[in-house]
Design a protein around this ligand. Sequence first.
Ligand SMILES: Cc1cc2nc3c(=O)[nH]c(=O)nc-3n(C[C@H](O)[C@H](O)[C@H](O)COP(=O)(O)OP(=O)(O)OC[C@H]3O[C@@H](n4cnc5c(N)ncnc54)[C@H](O)[C@@H]3O)c2cc1C
Length: 388
Amino acid sequence: MRATIIGAGVAGPVLGLFLRRLGVDVTIYEARTPERLALAGAFLAVAPNGMNVLEAAGVKARVMAAGDACHGFEFVNASGRTIARVDDRDDAQRYGSPLLVVRRTRLQRVLVDAALEAGVEVRHGAALVDVEPYDREVRATFESGEAVTSDFLVGCDGIRSQTRALVLPESPAPASLEQLDYGGFARLAEAPVEVGCNLMVFGRRAFFGAFRAADGELLWFHNGPKREDSLSERERLLEAHADDPPWINEVISRTPELLGPWPLHDIASIPRWSMGRIAVIGDAAHAVSPTSGQGASLAMEDAMMLARCLEATGDPERAFERLAQRRRARVEEVVRQSRRIGSTKVARTAFGAWLRDRMLPLVLPLGTAAQRRLYSYRVEVADPRAGG
Ligand SMILES: Cc1cc2nc3c(=O)[nH]c(=O)nc-3n(C[C@H](O)[C@H](O)[C@H](O)COP(=O)(O)OP(=O)(O)OC[C@H]3O[C@@H](n4cnc5c(N)ncnc54)[C@H](O)[C@@H]3O)c2cc1C
């Protein structure tokens, strides 16, 4: 079989790796050039469930070497007082893998290199513009005018998926969460962030997260409401954290290059994930806000599950249908949960902040239990011949 994959972000190369194991000839078409991909994004947390998929794909060790394991979370209020902690030092034992913090470009490089080594062809600077069923095949056309046919096509082309727009036009547009995300890398030894700890600050007007890598570098993000003003990006961030612990603005000031802004969106549900031999997975099917730290891991799980379903059925159309049946409930629950939590990150009133500071230690065990369910997930097709 020959497969066309659109997009070399997260889902695309992981799917390529699993399909090669089934002997499928795979070509990935990626709109961006390698130079533009090397500039994409800040960093990601890959959760234990995603790391376990990478292990099954044979790339976990390489991805681990590209990032830093996280051993816990500390939640701090706008006065700098610790309001809760989560100890994740046992994650590797409990779930099989730790949560890994990794620069997006490094993750992407490792995944694409591994796919190339496995025999996947990767074509950069190739933007999909059209796709249509063509007899028992699929024909894809690219911006250059080139057209290719294959036995099936999978759109791993992210939240603004062209594949989804062309093939599943009834899908709702991504919903705006009315928040902006920024990120950056800085060196500031004085910032009170331990190596391997994710420090989360509920600021007065915006949320701030920082992780310290083993080499001392701080990887940070800001998450705050969208605002109309005439400030520069840096001024806007400094103003948003003016009343928070002062080290935050030190970090922002010492960041050579601000990354972003990324307006945040999600996609709660689309009616179908496929049409015949064309399907979408990852953010193209169910984009989740970064609050969950699960988008990349869910995209990896989709890729592995799709390969399992294809192995079981030998038929792309049936495999796509099974995939949606097996994945929909899980991914849609994460999108809902993430939206709920995201809306509480910035308190609207001082009383709201006061209440959150007191409630967080009480509700955290519930959140930890939900997270355990997410982290413990295994991509399995219990009886590959049954159902669907
Ligand atoms: C600010 C921010 C922070 C985040 N933090 C986290 C985190 O910590 N942990 C986590 O798990 N998730 C996080 N996410 C979500 C995560 O980035 C996504 O869920 C994940 O990247 C989805 O992978 P994907 O392969 O489906 O799509 P993407 O990674 O978006 O890849 C899509 C690829 O398709 C290409 N493409 C698009 N259109 C075309 C076309 N027409 N033709 C060819 N190629 C095309 C794009 O160039 C891109 O390379 C974050 C998201 C944002 C915005």
